[in-house]
Design a binder for this molecule. Structure first.
Ligand code: SF4
Length: 339
């Protein structure tokens, strides 16, 4: 790595300070993001924005960046209290709220369990869940056939991935687990949209990074719906490494769940069946927050049972004595939910 030296004259003589190349480019990116935030928020008007604030690392960094760009701003930080947030992260948000009246707490209109039973459970991914739900409603449309690899021609309008062989049984009459992609919509997107409308703040500032991959790799700094601006995503251009540098360099207060002994890498909804590394996530929860681990078994019960039955994402829970599946906790264990 290249090293640069800055020489400054002080009262005690010449002082030499070394900079490495990465620190300079990190600083450059920081100034670039600050300028971008100033430019966009001033252009569209501070009163039209709100920040989607989850208490996770990305939204905490984004909130700090906005404060650096626009000191004294009054942009609300909107937190969706869904009942499936990690308790430690939720506590962090409520603790911040004591000294920051910009933090606003919103809640979905229906409790999670009730909503899942009514609208369907998430399974594998948003894309997969949406196609299964479409199949249940409309049968084997061209799009469904394409997902199942039953069409020779690849429709030009679809960039959909193909269904893993292990999940094709879900496209039959007999499969009766209710699946849909509505969980994110009902738990987070709808309550946020409702709040935005009631408070006349049409633009959300979202801490989304291209570096996280998947659907996010095509994310743009400004996201439009038709010709209308919907979201401003100032973190799209930064990496996880940059984020760590920023937190260190500017002593940003983040939730302790990211620090030892917990060392969480991600803090989305607990036990979400969309998590590719779900088993690892549950194992980590078991180690540090066993009560929340148990909540996951209750909330996502039908999905976890199906994952275990087909050997997908979750390993079977073996009994110590006879190899049969056993409950992860006793029937009368007391489980407290956060909301
Ligand atoms: S991330 Fe998972 S648990 Fe959270 S709202 Fe979306 S589907 Fe539901």
């Amino acid at each position: 790595m290249n090293e640069y030296k800055q020489i400054t004259m002080t009262e005690t003589g010449l002082v030499e300070k070394a900079f490495d190349e990465s620190a300079i480019s990190n600083e450059f990116l920081l100034q670039d993001r600050i300028q971008k935030i100033k430019q966009i928020i001033n252009k569209y008007g501070e009163d039209n924005f709100s920040v989607s604030f989850s208490g996770g690392k990305d939204s905490t960094v984004m909130s700090a960046l906005i404060d650096m760009a626009l000191p004294g701003n009054k942009i609300p930080r909107v937190y969706a209290d869904t009942g499936i947030e990690l308790k430690m992260v939720r506590d962090f948000v409520f603790d911040l709220k004591k000294d920051d009246d910009r933090i606003v707490v919103i809640r979905p209109s229906v409790p999670i369990k009730q909503m899942l039973e009514r609208d369907g459970y998430p399974f594998k991914s948003k894309g997969h869940s949406e196609v299964v739900e479409r199949y249940k409603r409309r049968g084997k449309t061209d799009g469904v056939k394409q997902y199942l690899g039953e069409r020779e021609d690849k429709a030009p309008w679809s960039s959909q991935k193909s269904c893993p062989a292990i999940l094709k049984y879900q496209f039959t009459e007999d499969f009766d687990l209710k699946i849909s992609d509505k969980c994110c919509l009902n738990m987070k997107e709808k309550p946020l949209r409702k709040w935005q409308k009631e408070n006349n703040r049409p633009y959300a500032i979202v801490g989304l990074m291209q570096a996280e991959g998947g659907r996010r790799s095509n994310a743009k700094c400004l996201a439009y719906q038709g010709k209308k601006l919907k979201a401003f995503q100032p973190l799209v251009a930064v990496s996880k490494e940059w984020e760590e540098w920023f937190i260190r360099e500017h002593s940003i207060r983040i939730c302790d769940i990211y620090k030892p002994p917990y060392n969480f890498k991600r803090t989305g909804c607990k036990g979400c069946p969309f998590a590719v590394e779900l088993q690892d996530e549950l194992d980590t929860l078991e180690e540090f927050f066993p009560n929340e681990r148990k909540q996951c078994e209750i909330i996502w019960k039908p999905v976890y049972e199906e994952y275990r039955r087909i050997g997908y994402r979750l390993k079977p829970v073996a009994s110590e004595s006879d190899g049969k599946q056993m409950s992860l906790f006793e029937e009368n264990d007391e489980i407290s939910f956060t909301s």
